[in-house]
Ligand binder design. Structure first.
Ligand SMILES: [Fe+2]
Length: 523
């Protein structure tokens, strides 16, 4: 076992967090701990990430929880009215060796905050996969995004789990995972109301639907895409826009990508649709051998592409760049001459628990993610894109004020290890970034917590950008992962929480979260 693999249990705990769903206190050690996840799958002395006893944030809970009137420490703002929703993988049955932490049925939660009170509720997103396993009383889908390994009894059923992100669509919470249609849940009860949500039959039941749709800042319409749109291994990406009021599909365009890779997120501006194609590529042979969907091509080029929103896609332009990965978009905009696409970038495989195509060992340094700005000219004959590092923050899950999804924005937010860690200032932080001044402020939560991705909640619909609250889950590493919801003044994050909602249990696993303002709830 190498030094990097020889990690203590706490570093191992940070694996699932630092690389997948939040930020542990240990920075690089967190990424390095992913070695534990990899070796854990083959070394029986160490449980795989997410397995019972691993201590990982993705440890199965399996219990659906309802707690009314949660204990609150501090002063809960009376103008805070809404729901903080999130989802994450919570395996209904134990993962098999070799499977990864991204697999598992989506367990959706909400903190409903109103009139100074907080109610906490969690329910599984019960798609056809969940229901089939519940009936069979065993796991039927042993490997992440590998239909070759599915139990024959589930052929033809939806593999949807809704374990990556949630959106609010006309009073329904849609639980998302990028390889399937959404699962629709009641916004108040979180009970599943539609296991395959197709926007009233407008999307095929096999249509993949991104976990990162965007809401147009001008019209309120939703823009989304699905990759591998025409079946396993398809190089077709479908892009479409759903009307805010009628839920009708306004337009749909199909484009082809340079190669079939993981397209986890994208960018939308007022006029353009943007994609960043990275070499986490489909590996059919690996799948046939029983492995996961992807492997990392260390020699693969990246491609940044854009085309006019609402058009036929024939104006699509691709710009080539070096081997990189960029999983999450923070924000995008254009100035009439150039497009700007702010994303977190890794130099190598961002998920060391996913194999490298050439069999090389995990590259933990290459998995560190930093915020960058990709830019391309709107016209001219440039063949490559420019790239600039924005912040020295290792922040794989950057967010913005979601009202600015498709327009120029100023502020970003993220969970990150303290960038001064190399000088001994360890700790998990929430950061507020000011893109105009290129400065940032931090709240350091210390070394005994891990922090999930934060979300921004505006004080009300008309608040100026950044005026509101930043909130997220703190998992206490020294309290068996008992969790708090911490709420900060988003303009004074350095002051720390103004209120802390104290759960008596571990919060359900979170990949991504969403704030739904009270005025957007159905009446
Ligand atoms: Fe994501």
């Amino acid at each position: 076992m190498t030094d990097k693999q020889n990690l203590d249990r706490r570093s191992f705990m940070a694996a699932a967090i630092g690389t997948a769903a939040g930020v542990g206190a240990t920075g690089l050690a967190g990424a390095a701990a992913a070695a534990g996840a990899v070796s854990g799958n083959t070394d029986l002395s160490r449980p795989p990430a997410g397995a019972p006893g691993s201590g990982g944030q993705f440890s199965p809970i399996r219990a659906e929880v309802t707690i009314n009137d949660c204990e609150v420490e501090g002063k809960l703002p009376l103008d805070l009215d809404g729901g903080f929703f999130a989802t994450g993988p919570d395996p209904q049955y134990p993962r098999v060796p070799g499977n990864i932490m991204f697999d598992g049925e989506g367990h959706v939660r909400v903190f409903r905050i109103k009139n100074g009170r907080v109610d906490y509720r969690t329910r599984y997103a019960k798609g056809e996969r969940y229901l089939a396993q519940d009936k069979a009383r065993r796991g039927l889908y042993p490997m992440y995004r590998n239909p070759y390994m599915d139990d024959p009894s589930v052929r033809g059923l939806s593999r949807a789990v809704g374990n990556t992100h949630v959106i609010n669509h006309k009073g329904l919470i849609l639980a998302l995972k990028e390889d399937t249609p959404p699962i629709a849940l009641d916004i108040n009860t979180l009970e599943t109301v539609d296991p395959i949500y197709t926007f009233g039959g407008q999307l095929p039941k096999t249509q993949p639907f991104t976990a990162h749709p965007k809401v147009c800042s001008i019209t309120g319409n939703m823009l989304a895409f699905g990759y591998e749109a025409e079946g396993l291994g398809s190089d077709v990406v479908s892009v479409f826009e759903i009307d805010k009021n009628t839920s009708k599909k306004l337009w749909e365009t199909k484009i082809k990508v340079p190669y079939v890779g993981m397209i986890h997120d994208f960018g939308i501006s007022e006029k353009y649709v943007m994609f960043f194609v990275v070499p986490m590529t489909i590996d059919i042979e690996q799948m046939k051998r029983g492995g996961i969907h992807w492997s990392w091509d260390r020699s693969g080029k990246t491609w940044f592409g854009f085309f006019r929103r609402g058009g036929d896609g024939k104006d699509l332009k691709w710009f080539e760049g070096p081997t990189r990965s960029g999983t999450h978009t923070m924000g995008v905009f254009d100035d009439g001459k150039k497009l700007y696409f702010d994303t977190e970038i890794t130099a190598g495989n961002p998920f060391p628990f996913m194999p490298n195509k050439d069999g090389s060992p995990p590259d933990f340094k290459g998995a560190e993610s930093y915020l960058h700005r990709i830019s391309v000219p709107l016209s001219g004959k440039s063949k490559g894109y420019d790239i600039e590092k924005l912040y020295p923050l290792s922040a794989p899950l950057p967010r913005q004020d979601d009202r600015y999804n498709t327009v120029a924005y100023r502020y970003g937010y993220a969970a990150c290890p303290d960038p001064a860690a190399e000088r001994g200032m360890a700790g998990a932080c929430y950061a507020r970034m000011d893109l105009q001044t290129r400065t940032f402020k931090l709240w350091n939560a210390g070394t005994k917590v891990s922090l999930a991705e934060p979300v921004f909640a505006p004080k009300n619909a008309k608040s100026r950008e950044g005026e509101g609250y930043l909130m997220g889950i703190a998992y206490h590493l020294d309290q068996n992962l008992r969790s708090d919801l911490v709420i900060l003044d988003a303009e004074r994050v350095e002051d720390g929480p103004i209120a802390t909602v104290k759960l008596p249990v571990q919060a359900s696993p979170q990949v991504h979260g969403l704030w739904v303002r009270g005025d957007l709830y159905p009446t």
